[in-house]
Design a protein around this ligand. Structure first.
Ligand code: SF4
Length: 251
């Protein structure tokens, strides 16, 4: 058995084990358990403790955002108070991005959701946990990647970004990509793929090819939130993960 095949089997088993525990899947009809265990409820805060003061992203955590990288840090400071579109009025937090500024791979999502807006970091809710599982299947951790969204502020009710919002905000993403200079990019979901690739193709069509973003290989795959809603896409998602792994191995 060649080494590539062995690696494929190893990563497939990791992916299944993460989702199934130690059950073995014998047919393609089974449904992948993408449920994310709920976290233990936080212990009640004693009354004597004063409530936390609401601030923008806590300064102690900004290292997660820019990794002390001088250019990324300066850019974050430059745009963190952006009010260029109406989303600034309804946001709780500006969500710049997060991760390793020296990452070889950069993931791009669509926009912050409720959890991201609450916490100021991308992919921190249930979708974030599933993203961690996807990374594990690629033998990676969150510390190995950089992740950012097309929009830095949450659209109300998680609606799709409006063209004008994308127009205002996308230059920030372009600048982040320019600073991080990843070797591989992964667009999570149709909207991220369409914006990055200047395409109106469907997610299905976008998933069919390896694209180029300014010369960087770019794969489009499912947004983890979509996989949480539809576990029927798990086999296709696995194919995408294999493609990402193969490109990472080649670049
Ligand atoms: S979505 Fe982008 S352009 Fe609009 S206010 Fe937020 S950071 Fe600025």
């Amino acid at each position: 058995m060649n080494e590539d095949l062995l690696n494929d089997i190893k990563h497939l088993l990791q992916w299944y084990r993460l989702n199934y525990g130690d059950e073995i899947a014998l047919s393609e009809d089974f449904s992948l358990n993408l449920s994310i265990e709920e976290e233990e409820p936080a212990p009640a805060v004693p009354r004597a403790v004063p409530p936390a003061v609401e601030t923008d992203v806590p300064s102690a955590d900004t290292a997660k955002i820019h990794g002390h990288h001088p250019k990324l840090k300066a850019f974050y400071e430059q745009i963190r108070d952006c009010k260029q579109c109406d989303l600034a009025k309804s946001r709780k937090h500006f969500v710049f991005g997060m991760g390793n500024p020296d990452a070889d791979i950069m993931f791009v999502g669509e926009a912050p959701g409720r959890d991201e807006d609450e916490q100021g970091f991308p992919f921190v809710g249930r979708a974030g946990k599933l993203l961690n599982k996807m990374l594990f299947a690629l033998s990676m951790k969150r510390e190995d990647i950089y992740i950012a969204n097309v929009l830095k502020c949450r659209p109300p009710g998680n609606r799709d970004p409006l063209p004008d919002e994308v127009l205002q905000c996308e230059p920030y993403l372009k600048q982040q990509i320019e600073i991080i200079r990843p070797r591989v990019m992964v667009a999570l979901g149709r909207i991220a793929g369409q914006v990055l690739l200047r395409s109106e193709a469907s997610l299905k069509q976008l998933r069919e090819s390896t694209h180029r973003y300014n010369g960087i290989p770019c794969i489009v795959t499912y947004h983890p939130a979509a996989l949480l809603r539809n576990s029927g896409w798990k086999a296709a998602a696995w194919q995408d993960l294999k493609k990402i792994k193969s490109i990472m191995d080649d670049v």
